[in-house]
Design a protein around this ligand. Structure first.
Ligand code: ATP
Length: 249
């Protein structure tokens, strides 16, 4: 399999000084409430998200993953609504998910096919991409994360770090405008954690990153602290982390 001459649009390799960045879609939460088994997890959330790098921090069980899943319709609210560029995740979930990708904490949750390239091609086939364009797109996405050599490997036999990079490439190959990450570095050693951090920092789409890794969000545009069923702090990374340390440790 040969990589295309240039980096894939939307790939990490495309990101370079002066490269045009696609505008992030505007994600709006209006009066959003979610509960499980009659227990409220998030309530009365009103948020407008349009920055390119947004971090989400908070204690275990505070509702961060739930908030992340609301953003592309993996969870639909019990109250209120979530709009992505005006599209309601309840009624246009499929369309929203083509614009807002999701990288799970455990990459095994998103790998379906045994071979890496097959797994990545599956999503593109579903998108209706012409068959002859698929191998080039897959190769380009893998190369952009420095993992072209994994194309023909068995997905389930990869190391944790390799799997997480493959999961990220599998989302990026779909060319989303925003990628939501649910604790992308939790299972990784320091080297792979830094690879993922650099990949997220450099990628062209916007990103919303849920994490307990407070250093990860230090250069972000905005950080939300989820606490007591809502957003307890919303602001610059330094202040958000300081608020979190003071109130939640
Ligand atoms: N599908 C579900 N069914 C029942 N309860 C759930 C479900 N998903 C989440 N919860 C509960 O909702 C609460 C919030 O969970 P969530 O995963 O959003 O928190 P979190 O902040 O991401 O936690 P962590 O940092 O531990 O990953 C928790 O009490 C969790 O047990």
């Amino acid at each position: 399999m040969t990589a295309p001459a240039g980096p894939a649009p939307g790939s990490a390799a495309e990101e370079r000084p002066g490269a045009a960045e696609p505008p992030a879609p505007v994600i709006e939460l209006q009066g959003v409430g979610v509960g499980y088994d009659g227990r409220t997890v998030l309530s009365g959330l009103d948020l407008r998200l349009a920055e390119r790098r947004i971090g989400v921090i908070g204690q275990n069980g505070s509702g961060k993953s739930t908030l992340a899943r609301l953003l592309n319709g993996l969870v639909v609210p019990d109250e209120g609504r979530v709009l992505v560029d005006g599209r309601d995740t309840r009624t246009e979930g499929r369309r929203v998910r083509s614009e807002v990708g999701f990288v799970f904490q455990n990459p095994d949750n998103q790998i379906v096919f045994p071979i890496v390239a097959e797994d990545m091609a599956f999503g593109l086939k579903n998108l209706g991409l012409p068959k002859k364009e698929i191998p080039g797109r897959v190769a380009g996405a893998l190369e952009s994360f420095g993992i072209g050599h994994l194309a023909e490997r068995h997905s389930h036999l990869l190391s944790g770090g390799e799997k997480q990079l493959v999961a990220l490439a599998s989302v990026m190959v779909m060319r989303p405008r925003t990628v939501v990450f649910d604790e992308p570095t939790t299972l990784l050693d320091l080297r792979n954690r830094n690879r993922i951090r650099d990949a997220v920092d450099a990628m062209a789409p916007a990103a919303v990153v849920v994490t307990h890794d407070l250093e990860l969000v230090s250069g972000y545009d905005r950080v939300l602290v989820v606490h007591d069923g809502g957003i307890a702090f919303d602001g610059a990374p330094g202040e958000a982390v300081a608020w979190y340390r003071e109130h939640c440790s």
